[in-house]
Design a protein around this ligand. Structure first.
Ligand SMILES: Cc1cc2nc3c(=O)[nH]c(=O)nc-3n(C[C@H](O)[C@H](O)[C@H](O)COP(=O)(O)OP(=O)(O)OC[C@H]3O[C@@H](n4cnc5c(N)ncnc54)[C@H](O)[C@@H]3O)c2cc1C
Length: 137
């Protein structure tokens, strides 16, 4: 994996080869009018669609702040999610952030569940298409 060539061949990247942004504000460390979203961000957690979904509102607020000559006020908490298939019909929905486990629902984090299998199979696509892409979620 790597960023697109236009970014790779620029001074926007960190030594590790990713967009050099602050892990909380997602603002570029050198160029304050540049923000990162999604896999391209060189931050400790991420490289999931779940992370990108959480990046969106953070950079939206922070871009508005910069346009208004204010300090970025929104902070990404490191949220990411790994749906781990433990067997046919069961998934561990491992959600965590910079601090540790961060389950969206109050369910035991480490337990494989059929409900997460059903969610992964039937809900993710409509959630992506009808909630995330139109900016509702
Ligand atoms: C097998 C697999 C399973 C996954 N499962 C999950 C999961 O269950 N849950 C989850 O949250 N995440 C999952 N992910 C991760 C998730 O897919 C990524 O984190 C997410 O797609 C990143 O979004 P992005 O927009 O940052 O990058 P991308 O989705 O990679 O989008 C980048 C886009 O840029 C385009 N592009 C590239 N070069 C150029 C160019 N020069 N000009 C214009 N466009 C260009 C590409 O074609 C691509 O469409 C999975 C990933 C993989 C590979």
């Amino acid at each position: 994996m790597s960023p697109v060539d236009a970014v790779m061949n620029s001074d926007l990247i960190s030594k590790a080869g990713w967009l050099d942004v602050d892990k909380h504000t997602l603002q570029h460390k050198k160029y304050k009018n540049i923000f990162g979203i999604g896999d391209i961000c060189g931050i400790p957690m991420g490289k999931t669609g779940g992370s990108a979904r959480h990046h969106g509102p953070v950079i939206t607020q922070n871009i508005i702040d910069v346009l208004e000559n204010k300090t970025p006020s929104s902070s990404f908490d490191g949220y990411t999610v790994c749906p781990i298939k433990t067997q046919y019909g069961k998934i561990i929905m491992a959600e965590f952030n910079y601090e540790g486990p961060a389950p969206t629902l109050p369910l035991a984090f480490e337990k494989p569940r059929w409900i997460w299998w059903a969610f992964d199979l039937y809900m993710l696509k409509p959630m992506y298409q009808y909630l995330m892409l139109p900016g509702r979620f």
